[in-house]
Design a protein around this ligand. Structure first.
Ligand code: SF4
Length: 491
Protein backbone atom coordinates (compact mmCIF):
# COMPACT_ATOMS: atom_id res chain seq x y z
CA UNK A 1 0.00 0.00 0.00
CA UNK A 2 2.98 2.36 0.34
CA UNK A 3 6.03 3.12 -1.81
CA UNK A 4 8.41 3.43 1.09
CA UNK A 5 8.34 1.72 4.50
CA UNK A 6 8.86 5.12 6.14
CA UNK A 7 5.36 6.06 5.01
CA UNK A 8 4.00 3.60 7.54
CA UNK A 9 3.36 5.45 10.77
CA UNK A 10 3.50 3.56 14.04
CA UNK A 11 2.24 5.12 17.22
CA UNK A 12 0.19 4.40 20.31
CA UNK A 13 0.86 2.74 23.63
CA UNK A 14 3.27 -0.04 22.61
CA UNK A 15 5.16 2.27 20.26
CA UNK A 16 5.70 4.72 23.11
CA UNK A 17 6.82 2.07 25.57
CA UNK A 18 9.18 -0.05 23.46
CA UNK A 19 10.09 2.13 20.44
CA UNK A 20 13.63 0.76 20.02
CA UNK A 21 12.40 -2.81 19.81
CA UNK A 22 9.81 -1.85 17.19
CA UNK A 23 12.44 -0.02 15.14
CA UNK A 24 14.82 -2.99 15.34
CA UNK A 25 12.19 -5.39 14.07
CA UNK A 26 10.39 -3.24 11.48
CA UNK A 27 12.85 -0.53 10.49
CA UNK A 28 10.16 2.03 11.23
CA UNK A 29 10.90 4.77 13.75
CA UNK A 30 7.75 4.97 15.86
CA UNK A 31 6.15 8.19 16.99
CA UNK A 32 6.46 8.20 20.75
CA UNK A 33 4.09 9.88 23.20
CA UNK A 34 1.00 11.88 22.19
CA UNK A 35 0.50 13.90 19.00
CA UNK A 36 0.00 17.18 20.82
CA UNK A 37 1.81 19.55 18.46
CA UNK A 38 1.10 20.57 14.87
CA UNK A 39 2.98 18.87 11.99
CA UNK A 40 3.92 15.84 14.09
CA UNK A 41 2.22 13.33 11.82
CA UNK A 42 2.31 15.15 8.52
CA UNK A 43 4.69 17.98 7.72
CA UNK A 44 2.05 19.68 5.55
CA UNK A 45 -0.83 19.56 7.99
CA UNK A 46 -1.12 22.10 10.74
CA UNK A 47 -3.42 19.98 12.92
CA UNK A 48 -3.00 18.90 16.52
CA UNK A 49 -4.22 15.34 16.29
CA UNK A 50 -4.69 15.04 20.04
CA UNK A 51 -7.23 17.90 19.98
CA UNK A 52 -9.41 16.33 17.30
CA UNK A 53 -12.77 14.85 18.28
CA UNK A 54 -13.30 11.19 17.52
CA UNK A 55 -14.63 10.19 14.12
CA UNK A 56 -17.75 8.26 15.15
CA UNK A 57 -18.64 7.50 11.52
CA UNK A 58 -16.00 4.76 11.30
CA UNK A 59 -17.94 2.72 13.86
CA UNK A 60 -20.55 2.14 11.15
CA UNK A 61 -18.06 0.80 8.62
CA UNK A 62 -17.89 -2.53 10.42
CA UNK A 63 -20.34 -5.13 11.73
CA UNK A 64 -18.94 -5.22 15.24
CA UNK A 65 -20.88 -3.04 17.66
CA UNK A 66 -18.78 -1.37 20.30
CA UNK A 67 -20.64 -1.67 23.60
CA UNK A 68 -19.88 1.94 24.48
CA UNK A 69 -20.48 3.62 21.16
CA UNK A 70 -23.34 5.79 22.42
CA UNK A 71 -21.05 7.95 24.54
CA UNK A 72 -18.95 11.05 24.24
CA UNK A 73 -15.51 9.49 24.52
CA UNK A 74 -12.94 12.10 25.46
CA UNK A 75 -10.72 13.48 28.25
CA UNK A 76 -10.72 16.69 30.26
CA UNK A 77 -7.21 16.48 31.70
CA UNK A 78 -4.02 14.86 30.43
CA UNK A 79 -1.19 12.93 32.03
CA UNK A 80 -0.74 12.53 35.75
CA UNK A 81 1.10 14.25 38.58
CA UNK A 82 2.46 10.92 39.90
CA UNK A 83 5.02 8.47 38.58
CA UNK A 84 3.88 5.00 39.68
CA UNK A 85 6.43 2.43 38.54
CA UNK A 86 3.86 0.00 37.14
CA UNK A 87 2.07 2.60 35.03
CA UNK A 88 2.52 3.60 31.38
CA UNK A 89 1.07 7.08 31.78
CA UNK A 90 4.27 8.89 32.90
CA UNK A 91 5.95 7.65 29.72
CA UNK A 92 3.08 8.12 27.29
CA UNK A 93 1.72 11.40 28.60
CA UNK A 94 4.60 12.89 30.57
CA UNK A 95 3.15 16.39 30.87
CA UNK A 96 0.29 16.89 33.23
CA UNK A 97 -2.43 19.27 32.05
CA UNK A 98 -5.02 19.88 34.76
CA UNK A 99 -7.83 21.04 32.48
CA UNK A 100 -8.51 20.55 28.80
CA UNK A 101 -11.67 22.39 27.78
CA UNK A 102 -13.91 19.92 25.99
CA UNK A 103 -17.12 21.80 25.31
CA UNK A 104 -16.18 22.57 21.67
CA UNK A 105 -15.43 18.90 21.02
CA UNK A 106 -18.69 17.98 22.72
CA UNK A 107 -20.68 20.42 20.54
CA UNK A 108 -18.92 19.20 17.41
CA UNK A 109 -19.78 15.55 18.16
CA UNK A 110 -23.41 16.47 18.93
CA UNK A 111 -23.73 18.46 15.71
CA UNK A 112 -22.16 15.85 13.47
CA UNK A 113 -23.19 12.53 15.02
CA UNK A 114 -26.14 13.45 17.24
CA UNK A 115 -26.42 13.63 20.99
CA UNK A 116 -24.71 10.77 22.85
CA UNK A 117 -26.14 9.17 25.96
CA UNK A 118 -23.13 8.86 28.25
CA UNK A 119 -19.83 10.58 28.89
CA UNK A 120 -16.76 8.37 28.99
CA UNK A 121 -13.74 10.24 30.27
CA UNK A 122 -10.34 8.67 29.75
CA UNK A 123 -8.53 11.03 32.16
CA UNK A 124 -5.66 9.26 33.85
CA UNK A 125 -5.98 11.05 37.14
CA UNK A 126 -8.72 13.65 37.07
CA UNK A 127 -8.31 14.55 40.75
CA UNK A 128 -4.66 15.45 40.17
CA UNK A 129 -6.16 18.57 38.57
CA UNK A 130 -6.79 19.78 42.14
CA UNK A 131 -8.17 23.36 41.82
CA UNK A 132 -8.98 22.80 38.14
CA UNK A 133 -11.20 19.87 39.05
CA UNK A 134 -14.11 22.25 39.70
CA UNK A 135 -13.69 23.56 36.11
CA UNK A 136 -14.02 19.98 34.85
CA UNK A 137 -17.24 19.51 36.81
CA UNK A 138 -18.65 22.86 35.68
CA UNK A 139 -18.05 21.98 32.04
CA UNK A 140 -19.54 18.50 32.51
CA UNK A 141 -22.69 20.16 33.84
CA UNK A 142 -22.72 22.56 30.87
CA UNK A 143 -22.76 19.52 28.64
CA UNK A 144 -26.03 18.49 30.28
CA UNK A 145 -24.70 15.87 32.67
CA UNK A 146 -26.21 16.61 36.06
CA UNK A 147 -27.62 14.15 38.59
CA UNK A 148 -30.63 12.24 37.22
CA UNK A 149 -30.36 13.90 33.80
CA UNK A 150 -31.95 11.90 31.01
CA UNK A 151 -31.29 11.37 27.36
CA UNK A 152 -33.58 10.57 24.46
CA UNK A 153 -32.14 8.93 21.35
CA UNK A 154 -31.54 11.34 18.47
CA UNK A 155 -33.17 10.54 15.14
CA UNK A 156 -30.17 8.61 13.86
CA UNK A 157 -31.64 8.05 10.39
CA UNK A 158 -32.08 11.80 9.88
CA UNK A 159 -28.43 12.31 10.92
CA UNK A 160 -27.21 9.48 8.67
CA UNK A 161 -29.08 10.81 5.63
CA UNK A 162 -27.86 14.36 6.31
CA UNK A 163 -24.28 13.07 6.51
CA UNK A 164 -24.75 11.19 3.25
CA UNK A 165 -25.95 14.41 1.64
CA UNK A 166 -22.87 16.16 3.02
CA UNK A 167 -20.66 13.39 1.62
CA UNK A 168 -19.30 12.36 5.03
CA UNK A 169 -18.02 8.77 4.96
CA UNK A 170 -20.44 7.36 2.38
CA UNK A 171 -19.45 3.75 3.04
CA UNK A 172 -20.29 4.05 6.74
CA UNK A 173 -23.54 5.96 6.34
CA UNK A 174 -24.87 3.71 3.57
CA UNK A 175 -24.38 0.71 5.88
CA UNK A 176 -25.77 2.55 8.89
CA UNK A 177 -28.86 3.92 7.08
CA UNK A 178 -29.54 0.46 5.69
CA UNK A 179 -29.29 -1.04 9.17
CA UNK A 180 -31.54 1.61 10.74
CA UNK A 181 -34.31 1.37 8.15
CA UNK A 182 -34.42 -2.41 8.52
CA UNK A 183 -34.39 -2.37 12.32
CA UNK A 184 -37.32 0.01 12.23
CA UNK A 185 -39.06 -1.90 9.40
CA UNK A 186 -39.40 -4.90 11.74
CA UNK A 187 -41.40 -2.74 14.15
CA UNK A 188 -43.95 -1.62 11.56
CA UNK A 189 -47.32 -3.34 11.31
CA UNK A 190 -50.27 -3.73 8.93
CA UNK A 191 -50.66 -1.14 6.16
CA UNK A 192 -47.72 0.91 7.40
CA UNK A 193 -45.55 -2.21 7.08
CA UNK A 194 -46.74 -2.79 3.52
CA UNK A 195 -46.17 0.84 2.48
CA UNK A 196 -42.77 0.94 4.19
CA UNK A 197 -41.48 -2.19 2.47
CA UNK A 198 -42.96 -1.17 -0.90
CA UNK A 199 -40.81 1.94 -0.73
CA UNK A 200 -37.74 -0.09 0.20
CA UNK A 201 -38.43 -2.44 -2.69
CA UNK A 202 -38.96 0.42 -5.15
CA UNK A 203 -35.61 1.96 -4.20
CA UNK A 204 -33.81 -1.40 -4.11
CA UNK A 205 -33.08 -1.13 -0.42
CA UNK A 206 -34.01 -4.65 0.57
CA UNK A 207 -30.41 -5.86 0.40
CA UNK A 208 -27.20 -4.10 1.36
CA UNK A 209 -25.58 -5.05 -1.95
CA UNK A 210 -28.18 -3.08 -3.94
CA UNK A 211 -28.42 -0.15 -1.52
CA UNK A 212 -27.07 3.11 -2.88
CA UNK A 213 -26.56 6.56 -1.44
CA UNK A 214 -28.84 8.21 -3.98
CA UNK A 215 -31.69 5.79 -3.27
CA UNK A 216 -31.34 6.18 0.47
CA UNK A 217 -31.59 9.95 0.09
CA UNK A 218 -34.58 9.54 -2.26
CA UNK A 219 -36.54 7.18 -0.03
CA UNK A 220 -35.98 9.18 3.14
CA UNK A 221 -38.82 11.77 2.63
CA UNK A 222 -41.23 8.85 2.07
CA UNK A 223 -40.39 6.97 5.25
CA UNK A 224 -39.24 9.83 7.51
CA UNK A 225 -42.61 10.32 9.25
CA UNK A 226 -43.01 6.61 9.97
CA UNK A 227 -39.43 6.43 11.21
CA UNK A 228 -39.88 9.39 13.55
CA UNK A 229 -43.21 8.07 14.85
CA UNK A 230 -42.01 4.56 15.64
CA UNK A 231 -38.38 5.04 16.66
CA UNK A 232 -37.43 4.51 20.32
CA UNK A 233 -37.91 7.73 22.27
CA UNK A 234 -38.17 6.71 25.91
CA UNK A 235 -35.81 8.78 28.09
CA UNK A 236 -32.87 6.94 29.67
CA UNK A 237 -30.64 8.00 32.52
CA UNK A 238 -27.25 9.37 31.51
CA UNK A 239 -24.03 8.35 33.17
CA UNK A 240 -20.46 9.51 33.42
CA UNK A 241 -17.56 7.16 33.81
CA UNK A 242 -14.05 8.32 34.69
CA UNK A 243 -12.92 5.12 33.12
CA UNK A 244 -9.27 5.13 34.30
CA UNK A 245 -10.22 5.50 37.95
CA UNK A 246 -9.96 8.13 40.64
CA UNK A 247 -6.95 8.50 42.92
CA UNK A 248 -8.04 7.90 46.54
CA UNK A 249 -5.09 9.94 47.84
CA UNK A 250 -6.60 13.10 46.37
CA UNK A 251 -10.16 12.53 47.54
CA UNK A 252 -11.59 15.00 50.06
CA UNK A 253 -15.04 16.30 51.08
CA UNK A 254 -14.89 19.07 48.50
CA UNK A 255 -14.13 17.01 45.40
CA UNK A 256 -16.40 14.12 46.48
CA UNK A 257 -19.26 16.60 46.81
CA UNK A 258 -18.49 17.82 43.28
CA UNK A 259 -18.46 14.23 42.00
CA UNK A 260 -21.84 13.60 43.60
CA UNK A 261 -23.34 16.48 41.59
CA UNK A 262 -22.84 14.65 38.31
CA UNK A 263 -24.35 11.26 37.37
CA UNK A 264 -21.20 9.23 37.93
CA UNK A 265 -21.65 5.45 37.61
CA UNK A 266 -19.65 3.62 38.55
CA UNK A 267 -17.14 5.62 40.56
CA UNK A 268 -13.89 3.78 39.93
CA UNK A 269 -11.25 4.03 42.62
CA UNK A 270 -7.88 2.35 42.37
CA UNK A 271 -6.61 0.28 45.32
CA UNK A 272 -3.14 -0.57 44.03
CA UNK A 273 -1.42 -1.27 47.35
CA UNK A 274 -2.62 -2.39 50.79
CA UNK A 275 -0.70 0.58 52.24
CA UNK A 276 -3.40 2.81 50.69
CA UNK A 277 -5.95 1.16 52.97
CA UNK A 278 -6.65 4.24 55.09
CA UNK A 279 -7.04 6.63 52.15
CA UNK A 280 -9.04 4.06 50.19
CA UNK A 281 -11.53 3.41 53.02
CA UNK A 282 -11.85 7.15 53.56
CA UNK A 283 -12.59 7.68 49.84
CA UNK A 284 -15.24 4.93 49.72
CA UNK A 285 -16.84 6.13 52.95
CA UNK A 286 -17.04 9.67 51.58
CA UNK A 287 -18.57 8.36 48.34
CA UNK A 288 -21.28 6.57 50.36
CA UNK A 289 -21.84 9.72 52.44
CA UNK A 290 -22.52 11.69 49.24
CA UNK A 291 -24.91 9.08 47.89
CA UNK A 292 -22.60 7.42 45.32
CA UNK A 293 -23.65 3.80 45.64
CA UNK A 294 -22.07 2.02 42.70
CA UNK A 295 -18.32 1.74 42.82
CA UNK A 296 -15.77 -0.13 40.87
CA UNK A 297 -12.27 -0.86 41.89
CA UNK A 298 -9.00 -1.70 40.15
CA UNK A 299 -6.79 -3.99 42.23
CA UNK A 300 -3.24 -4.47 40.98
CA UNK A 301 -1.56 -7.76 41.83
CA UNK A 302 1.64 -9.60 40.88
CA UNK A 303 3.65 -6.37 41.29
CA UNK A 304 5.41 -5.88 44.65
CA UNK A 305 2.37 -7.11 46.61
CA UNK A 306 1.95 -10.43 48.36
CA UNK A 307 -1.01 -12.74 47.62
CA UNK A 308 -2.39 -12.07 51.13
CA UNK A 309 -2.61 -8.39 50.26
CA UNK A 310 -4.84 -9.16 47.29
CA UNK A 311 -7.17 -11.08 49.59
CA UNK A 312 -7.15 -8.31 52.18
CA UNK A 313 -8.07 -5.65 49.62
CA UNK A 314 -10.92 -7.75 48.26
CA UNK A 315 -12.08 -8.44 51.80
CA UNK A 316 -12.08 -4.71 52.57
CA UNK A 317 -14.33 -4.15 49.55
CA UNK A 318 -16.60 -6.97 50.61
CA UNK A 319 -16.91 -5.52 54.11
CA UNK A 320 -17.37 -1.93 52.93
CA UNK A 321 -20.12 -3.01 50.54
CA UNK A 322 -22.02 -4.52 53.44
CA UNK A 323 -21.33 -1.84 56.04
CA UNK A 324 -22.13 1.11 53.79
CA UNK A 325 -24.88 -0.58 51.78
CA UNK A 326 -23.13 0.11 48.49
CA UNK A 327 -21.90 -2.05 45.61
CA UNK A 328 -18.20 -2.29 44.99
CA UNK A 329 -17.20 -4.36 41.98
CA UNK A 330 -13.51 -5.27 42.10
CA UNK A 331 -11.34 -5.89 39.06
CA UNK A 332 -8.07 -7.60 40.04
CA UNK A 333 -5.54 -6.70 37.36
CA UNK A 334 -2.36 -8.66 36.86
CA UNK A 335 0.79 -6.59 36.61
CA UNK A 336 2.91 -7.05 33.51
CA UNK A 337 6.14 -5.10 32.99
CA UNK A 338 6.05 -2.30 30.44
CA UNK A 339 9.69 -2.23 29.41
CA UNK A 340 12.52 -4.62 28.61
CA UNK A 341 12.43 -8.32 27.83
CA UNK A 342 9.59 -9.01 30.26
CA UNK A 343 7.33 -6.64 28.33
CA UNK A 344 7.45 -8.98 25.35
CA UNK A 345 5.52 -11.84 26.89
CA UNK A 346 2.67 -12.31 29.31
CA UNK A 347 4.32 -14.75 31.72
CA UNK A 348 5.95 -12.35 34.16
CA UNK A 349 5.78 -13.53 37.78
CA UNK A 350 6.07 -10.95 40.59
CA UNK A 351 8.54 -11.40 43.46
CA UNK A 352 5.96 -12.82 45.89
CA UNK A 353 3.99 -14.79 43.31
CA UNK A 354 4.48 -17.99 41.37
CA UNK A 355 2.89 -19.63 38.36
CA UNK A 356 0.45 -21.72 40.39
CA UNK A 357 -0.83 -18.76 42.43
CA UNK A 358 -1.33 -16.64 39.33
CA UNK A 359 -3.24 -19.45 37.69
CA UNK A 360 -5.34 -19.97 40.80
CA UNK A 361 -6.40 -16.29 40.76
CA UNK A 362 -7.04 -16.43 37.04
CA UNK A 363 -9.10 -19.59 37.48
CA UNK A 364 -11.26 -17.89 40.10
CA UNK A 365 -11.66 -14.84 37.90
CA UNK A 366 -12.32 -17.00 34.87
CA UNK A 367 -15.56 -18.07 36.48
CA UNK A 368 -16.60 -14.48 37.23
CA UNK A 369 -15.36 -12.91 33.96
CA UNK A 370 -12.78 -10.94 35.89
CA UNK A 371 -15.17 -9.26 38.30
CA UNK A 372 -15.42 -9.80 42.04
CA UNK A 373 -18.97 -8.73 42.86
CA UNK A 374 -20.03 -7.64 46.33
CA UNK A 375 -21.61 -10.39 48.39
CA UNK A 376 -24.76 -8.37 48.92
CA UNK A 377 -25.48 -8.70 45.16
CA UNK A 378 -25.37 -12.45 45.16
CA UNK A 379 -28.55 -14.23 46.18
CA UNK A 380 -26.63 -17.43 46.75
CA UNK A 381 -24.72 -15.97 49.67
CA UNK A 382 -21.34 -14.47 50.18
CA UNK A 383 -19.76 -14.78 46.78
CA UNK A 384 -16.42 -13.33 47.82
CA UNK A 385 -15.94 -15.83 50.65
CA UNK A 386 -17.04 -18.73 48.49
CA UNK A 387 -14.67 -17.74 45.70
CA UNK A 388 -11.64 -16.63 47.72
CA UNK A 389 -12.13 -18.46 51.01
CA UNK A 390 -13.51 -17.48 54.42
CA UNK A 391 -10.17 -16.24 55.69
CA UNK A 392 -6.53 -15.94 54.75
CA UNK A 393 -5.76 -19.50 55.71
CA UNK A 394 -8.49 -20.84 53.38
CA UNK A 395 -7.34 -18.45 50.66
CA UNK A 396 -3.79 -19.76 50.94
CA UNK A 397 -5.03 -23.33 50.58
CA UNK A 398 -7.09 -22.30 47.58
CA UNK A 399 -3.96 -20.98 45.90
CA UNK A 400 -2.61 -24.54 46.03
CA UNK A 401 -5.88 -26.18 44.96
CA UNK A 402 -5.76 -27.93 41.53
CA UNK A 403 -6.80 -25.47 38.84
CA UNK A 404 -9.56 -27.68 37.42
CA UNK A 405 -11.10 -28.01 40.89
CA UNK A 406 -11.21 -24.22 41.19
CA UNK A 407 -12.82 -23.69 37.81
CA UNK A 408 -15.37 -26.48 38.20
CA UNK A 409 -15.73 -25.97 41.94
CA UNK A 410 -19.26 -27.28 42.36
CA UNK A 411 -18.73 -30.29 40.11
CA UNK A 412 -15.56 -31.50 41.85
CA UNK A 413 -17.10 -30.94 45.26
CA UNK A 414 -20.06 -33.09 44.21
CA UNK A 415 -17.72 -35.75 42.81
CA UNK A 416 -15.90 -35.75 46.14
CA UNK A 417 -12.46 -35.10 44.61
CA UNK A 418 -12.06 -31.70 46.25
CA UNK A 419 -12.62 -33.23 49.70
CA UNK A 420 -10.12 -36.00 48.91
CA UNK A 421 -7.54 -33.44 47.85
CA UNK A 422 -8.24 -31.28 50.93
CA UNK A 423 -7.88 -34.20 53.32
CA UNK A 424 -4.59 -35.30 51.77
CA UNK A 425 -3.28 -31.73 51.61
CA UNK A 426 -4.15 -31.02 55.28
CA UNK A 427 -2.34 -34.18 56.41
CA UNK A 428 0.97 -33.15 54.85
CA UNK A 429 3.79 -32.98 57.36
CA UNK A 430 6.32 -30.12 57.49
CA UNK A 431 8.83 -32.30 55.67
CA UNK A 432 6.35 -33.28 52.96
CA UNK A 433 5.29 -29.66 52.48
CA UNK A 434 8.92 -28.74 51.91
CA UNK A 435 9.07 -31.26 49.07
CA UNK A 436 5.71 -30.79 47.46
CA UNK A 437 4.96 -27.05 47.64
CA UNK A 438 7.84 -25.98 45.39
CA UNK A 439 6.69 -28.54 42.81
CA UNK A 440 3.09 -27.32 42.92
CA UNK A 441 4.27 -23.69 42.72
CA UNK A 442 5.90 -24.31 39.34
CA UNK A 443 2.46 -25.00 37.91
CA UNK A 444 4.05 -27.74 35.80
CA UNK A 445 2.73 -31.20 36.67
CA UNK A 446 4.08 -33.24 33.77
CA UNK A 447 7.20 -34.69 35.35
CA UNK A 448 6.37 -34.72 39.03
CA UNK A 449 6.94 -38.47 39.30
CA UNK A 450 10.66 -38.01 38.73
CA UNK A 451 10.87 -35.57 41.62
CA UNK A 452 8.80 -37.45 44.23
CA UNK A 453 9.50 -40.81 45.83
CA UNK A 454 6.72 -41.03 48.41
CA UNK A 455 3.61 -42.93 47.20
CA UNK A 456 1.25 -40.73 49.25
CA UNK A 457 2.69 -37.57 47.69
CA UNK A 458 2.43 -39.12 44.24
CA UNK A 459 -1.21 -39.89 44.97
CA UNK A 460 -1.83 -36.27 45.96
CA UNK A 461 -0.19 -35.02 42.77
CA UNK A 462 -2.66 -36.98 40.63
CA UNK A 463 -5.27 -34.34 41.51
CA UNK A 464 -3.17 -31.76 39.64
CA UNK A 465 -3.09 -33.79 36.45
CA UNK A 466 -6.85 -33.70 35.86
CA UNK A 467 -7.11 -31.25 33.01
CA UNK A 468 -9.99 -28.93 32.20
CA UNK A 469 -10.13 -30.52 28.76
CA UNK A 470 -11.39 -33.78 30.26
CA UNK A 471 -14.30 -31.93 31.84
CA UNK A 472 -14.95 -29.84 28.73
CA UNK A 473 -15.04 -32.91 26.49
CA UNK A 474 -17.28 -34.78 28.92
CA UNK A 475 -19.66 -31.81 29.05
CA UNK A 476 -19.79 -31.57 25.26
CA UNK A 477 -20.61 -35.27 25.07
CA UNK A 478 -23.33 -34.77 27.68
CA UNK A 479 -21.74 -37.29 30.06
CA UNK A 480 -23.34 -37.82 33.44
CA UNK A 481 -21.38 -37.25 36.67
CA UNK A 482 -20.85 -40.98 37.05
CA UNK A 483 -19.50 -41.24 33.50
CA UNK A 484 -17.24 -38.23 34.11
CA UNK A 485 -15.92 -39.87 37.28
CA UNK A 486 -15.13 -42.97 35.28
CA UNK A 487 -13.37 -40.96 32.57
CA UNK A 488 -11.27 -39.18 35.19
CA UNK A 489 -10.45 -42.37 37.07
CA UNK A 490 -9.40 -44.09 33.85
CA UNK A 491 -7.30 -41.21 32.57
S1 SF4 B 1 -1.64 7.76 39.80
FE1 SF4 B 1 -2.58 6.42 38.26
S2 SF4 B 1 -2.22 7.41 36.29
FE2 SF4 B 1 -0.87 8.39 37.76
S3 SF4 B 1 1.08 7.32 37.50
FE3 SF4 B 1 -0.03 6.33 39.20
S4 SF4 B 1 -1.22 4.65 38.24
FE4 SF4 B 1 -0.52 6.03 36.60
Amino acid sequence: MVDDIQQVKVGGVMASLIPKEIEQVTGIKPIESVLDKPYMLDKDINLIVDDLPLDYSILHEIDYEYPIQNAYITFMSKGCSRKCKFCAVPKIEPNHKGFVSTIDKFNHITRLYGEQKDLLLMDNNALASKKDFSKIITEIKQMGFISNSTYTDSNQLRIAIRNLRLGINNKAYIRYSYKLIHILGKKTKGKTHERYYKNLEKYELLHLETTTKINLISVYPKIAKTYEKIRFKRPKLRFIDFNQGIDCRYINEENMKLLSEIPIRPLRIAFDYITLKKQYINAVTLAAKYGIKELSNYILFNFIDKPDELYKRLEINNNLSKELNIHIYSFPMKYLPLFGEDAKHRNYIGKHWNKKFIRAIQSILNVTKGIVAPSCCNEKGNFFKKAFGNDLSEFNKLLYMPETYIIYRKLFEELGYTQQWQTSFRKLTEEELKIILPIIETGDFKNYEEQIQSPSLKKLMIHYTISRDIVKKAKIKGSTQTQLKQIIDNS
